[in-house]
Design a protein around this ligand. Structure first.
Ligand SMILES: [Zn+2]
Length: 294
């Protein structure tokens, strides 16, 4: 049963493309992972974030936002049939994402806007699908809204480096076809308001021009943080970058910003990659923060 969150007049639901367990924390958090953290905190950490072998569990998915007037998707997961030369685990997937989207009450034709926090492989995939050997927009009636600096970077050879290998070919298969179809709109580097209820807020570091998205409706607010964090352990350890963070020091700055932003208000944090419901609250605890799923 899909959980439905209410933020003012708007509903938010999660469509999970996949859940991945068995992730080795020392590889996921290179140079940061400390077994002592788990040992000392095991009893108080939220359940469902590690598997029976103490390996990490993460998810990949989309947030569906329904307003009285519009159906909006935030990020589009990985997609089927993709050719990702340096990312075999995410290549050529055959997953029932569109069926799950339908279970959440959304057909591809219903989608009015697709908001993209950044252009990494696991956030843009369902922008397109393969039909008769050609990549076509999955959501034909949608405007795809994305950060301009992300488009500039991933469409250029500047992004063709080792730190970015996991994303090779994602732009060509999953972003360029919607650009060529004239369906995109860009958000400048300063971010800004969109559709009265959204605000794009720059949170770079994980990627060059990543934006978090705040949602405000009926006096309530929530934050879609994008990949400032990948796993709840980073709430407790804001200095830990994931192996996918391209610009390390800036990623830490943006993570701290997001944690303070949601803890101070306090408002719901909709994560991109946390397991379980992927949504919850960050609260202050001692000198740091802690996480609670809702
Ligand atoms: Zn991601």
């Amino acid at each position: 049963m899909t959980k439905v969150y209410k933020v003012g007049d708007v509903t938010v639901t999660r469509v999970t493309e996949m859940t991945i367990s068995g992730i080795q924390p020392e590889i996921y958090f290179p140079g940061s992972w400390s077994p002592a953290f788990l040992k000392e905190n095991r009893d108080t950490l939220p359940s469902g974030v590690i598997d029976s072998n103490s390996q990490l569990i993460v998810s990949i998915g989309t947030w569906v936002v329904k307003t009285p007037n519009h159906t909006i998707l935030i990020d589009t997961a990985t997609g089927n049939d993709k050719n990702l030369p340096y990312n075999p685990d995410l290549s050529n997937l055959q997953l029932p994402y569109l069926e799950r989207l339908k279970d959440a009450g959304v057909t591809p034709e219903d989608v009015d806007y697709v908001l993209l926090t950044h252009l990494h492989v696991d956030h843009v995939g369902w922008n397109t699908r393969l039909v008769d050997g050609k990549w076509v927009p999955t959501f034909p009636n949608a405007k795809y809204v994305l950060p301009l600096s992300e488009q500039q970077y991933y469409s250029s050879t500047a992004s063709h480096n080792k730190a970015n290998e996991a994303n090779f070919n994602a732009y060509e298969e999953s972003v360029l076809p919607v650009v060529e179809a004239g369906l995109t709109q860009t958000i400048g580097p300063e971010g800004g308001e969109f559709l009265d209820i959204f605000k794009f807020i720059p949170s770079p570091g994980h990627s060059i021009g990543q934006m978090s998205i705040s949602l405000t409706s009926g006096g309530e607010e929530a934050l879609f943080g994008a990949d400032v964090m990948h796993h709840p352990f980073q709430v407790y350890n804001p200095e830990w970058n994931s192996m996918y963070c391209e610009f390390a020091e800036q990623a830490r700055i943006s993570r701290r910003w997001a944690l303070n932003y949601v803890a101070d208000r306090p408002i719901i944090y909709f994560s991109t990659h946390f397991p379980e419901s992927a949504a919850g609250y960050v609260t202050r605890s001692g000198n740091g923060f802690k996480w609670e799923f809702i």
